[in-house]
Ligand binder design. Structure first.
Ligand SMILES: *Cc1c(COP(=O)(O)O)cnc(C)c1O
Length: 762
C-alpha cells in the first residue's frame, strides 16, 4: 500500500488532481479491474492498443488514479492523473522502487523453456514453509514483471519471478526490477532467435539477469527435461536449507502446471472451471479473473466453490475480509465455502467439509451455472469435479488452449515490425473455419480474442453467428458467404470475402435493402490458385466501377492465397503470385483514399516470406500445432484419445472384423476401441496400415475399421481393459497418420466428428 503522492515522486510524474489517494493494486488491462478505489491504472501504448482509451470507462467503474502520457481533454476533478513521458517506464520504475524495500531471498528464473513449470514447482516445494510471492501464470514480460514484483509485501518471505525476453536490451530493465539474490537458468532453446545475432548473444543477454546474484543454478543436460527441472528445484531448495528428506518427499508430489484451469462441460448444463489443485490468494485472484473475462451467456450464475486457504500469513478476519471483497468485485452470485474457517465466515453457504457439501441440497441444485472449483489438496475437491462432470463418451478430443497461445506466440516472433514495445501488435487473421481445424471454434476463439488478434475467419456465416452468440466480439471474416446468408452477415457484423461480380452485386443489393452503409468487405484476388477471386489485372477497372457506384460496402482489405508457400519448389511461383497480387492491390488502392489492408501470407508464408507480411497474416494450421513447411510439431494442441473396452485372446488363423480382412498370423491379444470412421478415424488406417499408442507402445489396427468401433493388436503391449489409447497427439502426430494414408494433417484434424466430446485445458 502506498500513497499516490509518494508514487508520483518516485516515477517523476507531474501530478494533477487530489494527492491523498492510496494505491494497493496496479492495473494495465482494464478487463482485470477488481478493487477500483485502490487501483492505479497505467495507460500504456502497446501494439495491442492504447490504454488511454479505457480511462473514461474506468472512471465510471470507480477508478480514480491514473498514470498517463497525456491528460484527457476534460480531466475528472475527483481523479488523480500522474503525467509521465512513458507509462511503461513509470510502471517499471515504481516496481523497482517497491522491490528495494524488501530484504528477502528473491529467485529469478529465465531461460527459453520451462520457466513457468520451474516457478510453479519451486512454489509447490517452498509454500508449505514460507509465504511466497510469485509471478501469476507466466507474467514474465516488460509489463508482467513489474506487476508481479508489486505483489511483494511485508508478509512475503520469498519472492519467485519469471523473466522472459524476446529482444536484446530487455533483460537489463527486468534485472533492475527483480534484483534477484538467486538465479535459476532453465536453458537455451531457439525461441526468439531471430532478434539475436547469435546464441552467444542471447546467452549473454539472459545472464545479465543474474549479475547481482549470490548463487545461480542451471538446468542439467539430461534427456528428460521434466526430470532435470525437478532436480533443479531440489538444488534450489537445498540451498535454502531444506533437508534432503523433505525435498525427496515434496518432489514426489509435484504436479504439472497444465493441470490448472481446466474448462469442462458439466452435468445439468453447468460449465466447470477446475483449479482444484492449488489454493492461495494470488491464484484465486487469477482464476476469478479468468472466470470473469470468459465471455458467457448472461443468464449463467457464477458460482465459486472455495476451500479454506492455508499459509496466507493473514489472520482469519483479514482473510474473510479479503475473500468478501473479491466476491463482490468479481460478481460471484453464489459462494460456497468449505472448511472450518470459511464455513463460519458468514459468506454465502458454508460446509465443514467436502462430504457434507456433496450431500447437501445446495450441491444437488446447481443448474446452468459457471462454477469455479478451487481448493487445497487436502479437501479432495476432485470428488466434487468428478461428480459434476458430464459423463462423457469414452472417446474425447483434448484441446490444450495454452498450446494455441504458444503457437500464436511462435508466429508472433516471425513478425517484422516496430519492436520497441514488448507487446507487439497481433496482426493476425486466425482461421477458425472447420470448427477451428477440429479443435472447437468457440473455445479457441475465446482464447484468441483474449490474445487480441485482429480477426477470426470462418468458412460460412452460420459459423460466425455461433461465435457471436458465444460472446465473441473480435472482427470476423467469412471466407465463403452463401447468397442465402446475407442478412446473417449484417445482423452479426460478419465481414464477407468477395470474389466475384455476381457475389458483389447481390451483396450490394441486399445491403441497400437492409439500409446498411459502409459495411466492410474483403476483396479476394486470384493470383494463381485458380479457385475463387478477381483477376488482379483484367477485372480491376470494372471492380472499381462497381464499388464506386454504391456506398453500402467498403473494401477493408484485399488479399490472395499462396498455392505452395509450404514448399521451396514453388518459390518462384509464389513470388509471381505476390507480383500479381501487388498489381491488383495497387490498382484497388488507387481508387480509394482510405488505406486498404493487404494480406497474402498463410502460416507457412509468415515464416518463409516475411517480406510479404504487410498488414495482416492469416494463420491456420500453425496455430493448431503443425508447421506446414516441415510437418514438425509446434506446441501440441489436440489429442484424440479413447479407452480400451474389451480385450480378447484369439488364436492364429481366426479373422477379426468385417469381411474377414484381418487374418491373424499368430495367437493374438486383440483390444476393442469405441472409435470408428464415423468419429473421424480414417478407414484407410485399418488393415495394419495405421496404429495408435497404448501405454507408449504402437498398437496396429487389425482388419477393417468399423463405423463406431475398431480393433487393435496388443499382443506385445502391456495393457488392460480401461487403459487409454492415443489416436493422435504429441507422441503420434497427425502428420504421421496423414503420411501413412497419403493425405495431409489438415484432413486428419478436421475429420474428428462433432459427436466426439471436446475437453479444454487452459
Ligand atoms: C485456410 C486458409 C488459410 C490458412 O492456411 P494454413 O495453411 O492453414 O495456414 C489462409 N488463407 C485462406 C484464404 C484460407 O482459406
Amino acid at each position: 500500500m502506498e500513497k499516490i503522492s509518494r508514487i508520483s515522486d518516485w516515477i517523476g510524474a507531474r501530478p494533477v488532481g487530489p494527492s491523498d489517494g492510496v494505491v494497493e493494486h496496479l492495473l494495465t488491462d482494464s478487463r482485470s479491474l477488481c478493487f477500483p478505489e485502490t487501483t492505479l491504472f497505467f495507460a500504456l501504448r502497446t501494439g495491442k492498443g492504447d490504454g488511454h482509451r479505457y480511462i473514461a470507462d474506468l472512471l465510471t467503474r470507480g477508478v480514480r488514479m491514473f498514470v498517463v502520457e497525456q491528460l484527457p481533454q476534460q480531466p475528472d476533478p475527483s481523479a488523480t492523473y500522474l503525467i509521465v513521458d512513458d507509462s511503461l517506464q513509470a510502471l517499471q520504475r515504481l516496481a523497482a522502487h517497491h522491490r528495494e524495500q524488501y530484504n528477502i531471498p528473491v529467485i529469478a528464473i529465465t531461460g527459453s523453456n520451462g520457466k513457468t513449470t520451474v516457478k510453479e514447482w519451486l512454489y509447490q516445494m517452498l509454500s508449505p514453509d514460507y509465504v511466497v510471492t510469485r509471478s501469476p501464470r507466466s507474467y514474465n514480460s516488460q509489463i508482467g514483471v513489474p506487476l508481479s514484483v508489486w505483489g511483494l509485501s511485508e508478509r512475503t518471505q520469498i519472492g519467485i519471478f519469471e523473466a522472459g525476453i524476446s529482444q536484446p536490451g530487455e533483460m537489463e530493465s527486468l534485472a533492475a526490477i527483480i534484483r534477484p539474490t538467486i538465479g535459476v537458468f532453465t536453458g537455451l532453446g531457439d525461441a526468439h532467435q531471430e532478434f539475436f545475432s547469435s546464441m552467444e548473444e542471447k546467452r549473454r543477454e539472459k545472464w545479465r539477469l543474474f549479475e547481482g546474484c549470490e548463487r545461480v543454478f542451471t538446468i542439467g543436460a539430461g534427456d528428460d527435461p521434466l526430470l532435470e527441472g525437478k532436480k533443479l528445484c531440489g538444488e534450489v531448495c537445498r540451498y535454502l536449507g531444506m533437508s534432503d528428506d523433505v525435498i525427496a518427499e515434496r518432489m514426489k508430489h509435484l504436479e504439472s502446471v497444465a493441470m490448472r484451469l481446466e474448462v469442462k462441460q458439466g452435468r445439468h448444463d453447468c460449465v466447470l472451471i477446475n483449479d482444484s489443485y492449488n489454493n492461495d490468494l494470488s491464484s484465486l485472484d487469477t482464476a476469478l479473473d479468468f472466470m470473469m473475462r470468459r465471455p458467457e451467456r448472461r443468464d449463467r450464475q457464477r458460482v465459486l466453490i472455495l476451500s479454506d486457504i492455508c499459509q496466507t500469513g493473514l489472520s482469519e478476519q483479514q482473510l474473510v475480509r479479503h475473500v468478501r471483497a473479491l466476491l463482490q468485485s468479481r460478481g460471484i452470485d453464489i459462494f460456497i465455502g468449505i472448511g472450518p474457517v470459511l464455513s463460519r465466515s458468514g459468506l454465502g453457504y458454508g460446509f465443514a467439509d467436502t462430504e457434507s457439501f456433496m450431500r447437501s441440497e445446495v450441491f444437488q441444485r446447481l443448474r446452468g451455472a459457471l462454477i469455479l472449483i478451487k481448493g487445497a489438496r487436502s479437501f479432495r475437491f476432485e470428488n466434487i469435479t468428478a461428480a459434476l462432470e458430464q459423463k462423457v463418451h469414452e472417446t474425447v478430443l483434448e484441446v490444450n488452449l495454452a498450446a494455441v497461445v504458444d503457437n500464436l506466440n511462435h508466429y508472433r516472433s516471425f513478425l517484422i515490425r516496430d519492436t520497441s514495445r514488448e507487446v507487439r501488435a497481433t496482426p493476425f487473421v486466425c482461421m477458425v473455419k472447420a470448427d477451428a481445424y477440429g479443435a472447437g471454434a468457440v473455445e479457441v476463439s475465446k482464447t484468441l480474442q483474449d490474445q487480441g488478434v485482429s480477426y477470426l475467419a470462418v468458412a460460412v456465416a452460420d459459423e460466425g453467428a455461433q461465435l457471436r452468440a458465444a460472446g465473441i466480439t473480435t472482427g470476423i471474416m467469412v471466407m465463403n458467404p452463401e447468397m442465402s446468408s446475407f442478412d446473417t452477415l449484417f445482423e452479426y457484423n460478419l465481414e464477407p470475402e468477395v470474389y466475384s461480380f455476381r457475389l458483389l452485386d447481390a451483396l450490394v443489393r441486399a445491403a441497400e435493402k437492409s439500409g446498411v452503409t459502409d459495411f466492410p468487405i474483403h476483396i479476394k484476388l486470384d493470383t494463381g490458385m485458380h479457385r475463387l477471386g478477381f483477376d488482379p489485372e483484367k477485372d480491376m477497372p470494372e471492380l472499381l466501377r462497381h464499388l464506386h457506384r454504391q456506398s453500402a460496402l467498403v473494401p477493408r482489405s484485399v488479399f490472395s492465397h499462396f498455392v505452395g508457400s509450404d514448399s521451396d519448389d514453388f518459390d518462384a511461383f509464389s513470388r509471381e503470385q505476390y507480383r500479381r497480387f501487388s498489381v491488383g492491390a495497387n490498382a484497388l488502392q488507387e481508387g480509394f483514399s482510405h488505406h486498404i489492408l493487404r494480406h497474402i501470407c498463410n502460416s507457412a508464408g509468415i515464416e518463409h516470406f516475411p517480406e510479404y507480411q504487410h498488414d495482416l497474416c492469416r494463420l491456420g494450421l500453425g496455430l493448431y500445432g503443425i508447421d506446414s513447411r516441415t510437418n514438425a510439431m509446434l506446441s501440441n494442441v489436440s489429442t484424440l484419445k479413447t479407452t480400451i473396452l474389451q480385450i480378447h485372446d484369439i488364436p492364429a488363423n481366426e479373422t477379426v472384423g468385417y469381411s474377414r480382412k484381418g487374418r491373424l498370423q499368430r495367437d493374438s491379444r486383440i483390444a476393442v476401441l469405441p472409435i470408428g470412421y464415423a468419429d473421424g478415424l480414417n478407414r484407410l488406417l485399418g488393415g495394419g496400415r495405421g496404429y495408435c499408442l497404448v501405454n507408449g507402445h504402437k498398437a496396429p489396427y487389425v482388419g477393417n475399421i468399423c463405423m463406431d468401433v475398431s480393433m487393435i493388436d496388443v499382443t506385445d503391449v502391456p495393457c488392460q481393459e480401461g487403459d487409454t489409447a492415443i489416436i493422435f497427439g504429441e507422441a503420434l502426430s497427425p502428420s504421421v497418420l496423414a503420411g501413412l494414408i497419403g493425405t495431409i494433417p489438415y484432413e486428419i484434424l478436421t475429420s474428428v466428428s462433432s459427436r466426439v466430446k471436446r475437453v479444454y485445458f487452459q
